[in-house]
Write a protein that binds this ligand. Structure first.
Ligand SMILES: Nc1ncnc2c1ncn2[C@@H]1O[C@H](COP(=O)(O)OP(=O)(O)OP(=O)(O)O)[C@@H](O)[C@H]1O
Length: 242
């Protein structure tokens, strides 16, 4: 099977600042890759390049068999293939949970009412919120709102899910419920890339870890490398994250 994501020698600068330098890694179907590293090391930028929220200066990225750095990219196809969840949930406050989850399938996939209902029910069940379909975001906790944001992506039946620090804004007691949803998705075979500071979670759920340092992939290997870092940089990072 060919990789779902191939990042090949990607470099990117913001003005004079080089943020990504010759970054390469691959993601196999059904695997979970955790991208870790200190603040400012380029993790989010790398993730955003994979979803074409940022363009690259050099290099190439293939997602689900399409070169997304090539001219003439079918952005709508990419948005169908890839779900992304951020630190902020960005739910529409005037819409119910179900309406939030149905919005993209309605507008983009043009599904009919019965299909939309069925899809939203299934996505909400996956995040354990089947009973909150009629609630408004303001009636939910932060953890529940983040789970709705995950359901909103799942409703598009993505082939790949990207998670960018999705628990960073949550109180510690709400973090676990979101991580458990992600763990279940991983166990169900979803291909996932997660930028995370949750080292224990990365150890437990990730198949592979990409350690970024100063815009470069400093180490890349099985999650067990967190217990046996090759470089001093990763050793220090893991030590400071415990
Ligand atoms: N749109 C932008 N314009 C200018 N500089 C940016 C932009 N986005 C990111 N940067 C800079 O690029 C560098 C890498 O940022 P990035 O968010 O990718 O790092 P990160 O490893 O995800 O950090 P954190 O863990 O703090 O989110 C930082 O120095 C940041 O200030």
């Amino acid at each position: 099977m060919s990789p779902i994501v191939k990042v090949e020698s990607v470099s990117k600068s913001f003005g004079p600042t080089r943020v990504l330098e010759d970054v390469s890694f691959q993601v196999e179907p059904g695997s979970v890759v955790a991208v870790i590293g200190r603040s400012g090391s380029g993790k989010s930028t790398a993730l955003r390049c994979i979803d074409r929220l940022e363009t690259v200066d050099q290099g190439r990225i293939e997602v689900c068999g399409h070169d997304i750095t090539a001219p003439g990219l079918n952005l709508q196809q990419l948005r169908r293939d890839v779900g992304i969840v951020f630190q902020s949930y960005n739910l529409f406050p005037h819409m119910t949970v179900e309406q939030n989850v149905m919005l993209a399938p309605r507008l983009v996939l043009k599904r009919n009412r019965a299909e939309l209902r069925h899809g939203a029910d299934a996505a909400l069940a996956q995040v354990g919120l089947a009973d909150k379909a009629g609630a408004y975001p303001s009636q939910l906790s932060g953890g529940q709102q983040q789970r709705v944001a995950i359901a909103r992506s799942l409703a598009m039946s993505p082939k790949l899910m990207l998670f960018d620090e999705v628990t960073s804004a949550l109180d510690p007691e709400l973090t676990g419920e979101v991580l458990r949803v992600m763990e279940k998705l991983a166990a169900d075979g979803m291909t996932m890339i997660l930028v995370t500071h949750e080292m224990a979670f990365a150890r437990k759920v990730a198949d592979e870890v990409v350690f970024m340092h100063r815009g470069k992939v400093w180490e890349h290997g099985p999650a067990a490398m967190l217990d046996a870092p090759v470089t001093e940089e990763l050793h220090n990072f893991v030590g400071s994250s415990l």
